[in-house]
Design a protein. Sequence first.
Length: 189
Amino acid sequence: MRRVGGLVMLIPNGSPAHLFPTAHLFSAVRERYAHVRARAQSRALASGPVASGPEEGSIAPLIVGMLALLLLIGSVTVAITGAYLQTQHLQDMADAQANSITRTIRTPEEASGSAAWEYASAYLAEVQPGQDFQALRLENVSVDSDHSVHVYLSARIRPPLLSILVPDGIEVTAHGSSRLKTSQGPSND
């Protein structure tokens, strides 16, 4: 048995097998490869640096694009969360204002729209919401026949990162309500 260039050949009588001239063939291929390689290198030197493969450098734009997409998603998430939190703060303020009015009014006869409006205006002046809202307004205050006080507030909010796109802010409204307790003792509500 004899190994020739990766092939195992059985030689029955022990004499060397010469099926084809492999050494001469391999040397011709090596010479041709060396000639082609030398010509390619001389062309590369003449034309400047060449990428080593067709995919080299194509990962950088993909990474930059993915980072830009992640940045966009993150900024939209921050803006939406900021708008939601500021809107919830305005809603909490409307609920607290309606609750304050129902605690201030002592009798059902005192529960009128004008008295509720005065209490709501006084509450808004006391609270001073600070820089959370711009143009905070008391839109409406009403008292129902079932002695529920309804307060409607509106304001302009400036969510983070959206101030660049919407310089005037976003107009939001909130509605708060509270029922006036008309009897002593625990309530059934």
